[in-house]
Design a protein. Sequence first.
Length: 307
Amino acid sequence: MIRHIAQGWRDISVSHKFTNQSNNGYIVPVEYLLKPKSIGIVGVSTKKGSAGLRVLNYLKNFQYEGNVHIVSRSQDDIEGISCLKSIDELPKGIDTVVLCVPQSAVVESVEACARRDAKSVMVFAAGFAEAGDEGILAQQKLREIYHETGVFVGGPNCMGLTNFVSPVPLTFAPGLKMPPVSAPGLGILTQSGGMMSSIRETSQARGIPLTYAISTGKEVVVGVEDYLDYLIEDQNTKSIAMYVEHIRRPQLFLSLAKKARKENKPIILLHPGKSNASREAAQSHTGSLAGDYTVIETLLKLRVCYW
C-alpha cells in the first residue's frame, strides 16, 4: 500500500497535476523530506565534524526510529552500521537520501538515487547558480532530473532541516539540540542556512518551543512556499518565522499568507532588500536577485494586511 501511494506521488509530480493546487501555482509535497520513514546518507566518513557523520550522529542522538542506510567508499562500518559502497546498493524506495558529496558529484548522485526510486534527496553542496555558468548548468540538470523522474530535490546549498516533533534531524548545522516539544511552537523557515541556525539557537536560548527548522538554499525544486503550506496546516506549529531573500512564486506566497491569516497563524517575515548591499549579498548567496523590500511590503499590506 505504501509503495502504491509513493508511486502515485511520483506520477503526479512529473505531470505537475498536484491535488493541492491553487490558481497561483502548484505545491510540491514535502512529507518525504520532513517525515521520512527511511533515510540514506551518502558520503559518510569518520572525520570528526564532517557533514555525513554529523547527520548520522544527530539521527542516533535524536533516536530516529526509521531505517538508516549509509554509503561510504572508504569505510566498511561506521558507528556500528555496515556501509554500502555505492548508491546503486541502496534499497529501492527510500524516502529521502542525504547527499554529503562535493558539487562535482551531485548530479551523478541524484541520477543514481532516481534509479533506486528514492522519493527525495537533500543536497548540501554549494557551487551552483551562485558560482557561474557551470553551476547554472548543473542546477538546470537537477531540475531536469526532477521533471523526468519525480525525485524531489531539497537544496542545493542548504543546511538541511530538523523536524523537532517526530523527530528527524537532516542537517549538519553545529550545536543541534533536541528540546522537548511540550506545546505548539515556532516553525522556522529560511533560504539561508546560517539564518536558520541563528534563529534556532536564539529561540532555544530563550526557551521558545520549536517544531521545525528548515533551510531551502537554491530551491531547485522545493521552495519556501511548499514548506510554508505544510507549516500552515501543521497543528503543532503555532507561528512561523521566515527569512526570505527572494520569493520565487509571489502570487502563491501571497495566497498562502492569506491562508495563514485566516487560520490565525502569524508569519514573521524578515526580508532583506532595503539597500543595494543587502541585494548584492542575496545575489552572492542564493544566485538570484533579492526582491524589492518596498514592493513586498506594499503587496502584503494591500493583499494580506498585518495582524
